[in-house]
Design a protein. Sequence first.
Length: 197
Amino acid sequence: MATTRTADRVLTVPNVITVVRLACIPVFLWLLFVQENRLAAGILLGALGATDWVDGYIARHFDQVSDLGKVLDPTADRLLFIVCVGAIIIDGSAPLVFSILVVVREVIVGVSLVVLTAFGMKRFDVSWWGKAGTFGLMVTFPIFLFAAAGDGAFNDFCWVVAWLIGVPSLILRYYAAFTYIPVMRRALAEGRAARVA
């Protein structure tokens, strides 16, 4: 458990990693739209997804958990989803309905968190279901980009793999969103009670 001093810190290794991941979003957009290099864009997006656990691991195992990090990390994940998947929708590299369902879920949850936090909701941790779904989708979209960049048997293989990973991951994300409803209600009640006290 992080000490109060650590929790209040801003400049930590996990926070720096999260900021670097956010800074890579414009690079992803440049590769996809300016360079029109779906393979390179997919590799970068895959790397961003693969390093998603790194900041959390370092924070937990090296006593660098911070209040900023608890907000910054899920915010970075949500921005990655909304911006990068939105770009992929424009590019047409992934199935439209599937991609829209991903973005809609992120927007609904993101807006709900902002509004309820403004009304006093306490912060709560992301569930295992949400984390698993996030990881799966961060694998799925790079593979869709690989499929769009290739042809023939490679293209077909990537499409099949992307669907096999993507559908269960999307279901997990929506399931996690539904499980957050009672958690949000409880966190809102506790947060407002704490304010009154």
